[in-house]
Design a protein around this ligand. Structure first.
Ligand SMILES: Nc1ncnc2c1ncn2[C@@H]1O[C@H](COP(=O)(O)OP(=O)(O)OP(=O)(O)O)[C@@H](O)[C@H]1O
Ligand SMILES: [Mg+2]
Length: 259
């Protein structure tokens, strides 16, 4: 069975792309086969794997415009077991023209229909709750919302949860949401307070794992590698490995539950 995980938050710079890349690396390390899908015109995920977006022949935009099959535009990365569907600036066009298509919010979901080639598919959403993120939420079983423990993150979190609720009511009732605290600074009092509030408010809907600040995560993106394959024992690697363990365990537990 393929588990499709969307990583989304309308707020920019909260570590969506970093989480997709690092979690992908950690899952691949565990022997899981992984497909990363870049859904953002900024193409940061594509760049993070060391690929040049401008040189990509087939991209996720072709899939959304229904002119290519998802698997015909996927390519290998330097990490064994981890493939990528790239994006480039054409994604802006796709986003603009998507709403004129029939059932446009289900195109990505249909693209995965009957395909079981990977254990995990990770969708890197753009920083908005437009039609592309809607497609991702409709296709996914699990949504990870990375958020910083900052005062201004609460509004984005609420609006993301609102979007999730709408998708669950109208399109994808099985969608489960989990919040992930990222870029946490242990010495920062506000971070400590807000993370406690998040824990009290969301309890089980918050991952146990918290991702702390680690500048090596920035370096690994420049090196074109997931942190797990860039530095095996840095804090970011250990914490994203812990997140991968939590997710694999969650998937095993839900698979055992009767429908
Ligand atoms: N735990 C961390 N510690 C330090 N830096 C981090 C951490 N996580 C992410 N970063 C850095 O923060 C920046 C933003 O991260 P990233 O690009 O993953 O966010 P994003 O949510 O995908 O942004 P966008 O909304 O633009 O797509 C990047 O430079 C990244 O390397
Ligand atoms: Mg990003």
């Amino acid at each position: 069975m393929t588990t499709i995980i969307a990583v989304g938050n309308q707020k920019g710079g909260v570590a969506k792309t970093t989480t997709v890349m690092s979690l992908g690396g950690a899952l691949a390390e565990m022997g899981q086969s992984v497909l990363l899908v870049d859904l953002d015109a900024q193409a940061n995920l594509t760049l993070s794997t060391g690929a040049d977006p401008a040189k990509m022949r087939g991209t996720i935009a072709d899939v959304l415009m229904q002119s290519a099959n998802l698997y015909s535009v996927s390519r290998e990365t330097s990490i064994p077991g981890m493939d990528l569907v790239p994006a480039n600036a054409e994604m802006d066009l796709a986003e603009r023209f998507l709403p004129v298509r029939q059932n446009y919010e289900s195109i990505l979901r249909s693209a995965f229909n009957g395909q079981e080639a990977y254990d995990y598919v990770l969708l890197d959403c753009p920083p908005s709750v437009g039609v592309v993120t809607q497609n991702a939420l409709n296709a996914a079983q699990l949504l990870i919302i990375p958020t910083q423990a900052e005062y201004f993150s609460a509004h984005a979190l609420r609006s993301m949860l609102g979007a999730t609720r709408r998708v669950r009511q109208q399109l994808n009732p099985a969608l489960v949401t989990r919040i992930l605290i990222t870029m946490f600074d242990q010495r920062n009092r506000i971070h400590r307070e807000i993370s406690e509030q998040l824990r009290a408010t969301f309890s089980d809907a918050l991952f146990e794992t918290i991702i702390q600040l680690d500048t090596k995560l920035r370096e690994s993106a420049v090196a074109g590698l997931p942190i797990t394959h860039y530095l095996s024992h840095t804090r970011g690697t250990l914490q994203y490995r812990a997140l991968a363990q939590e997710i694999v365990q969650y998937v095993q537990e839900t698979a055992q539950q009767p429908d």
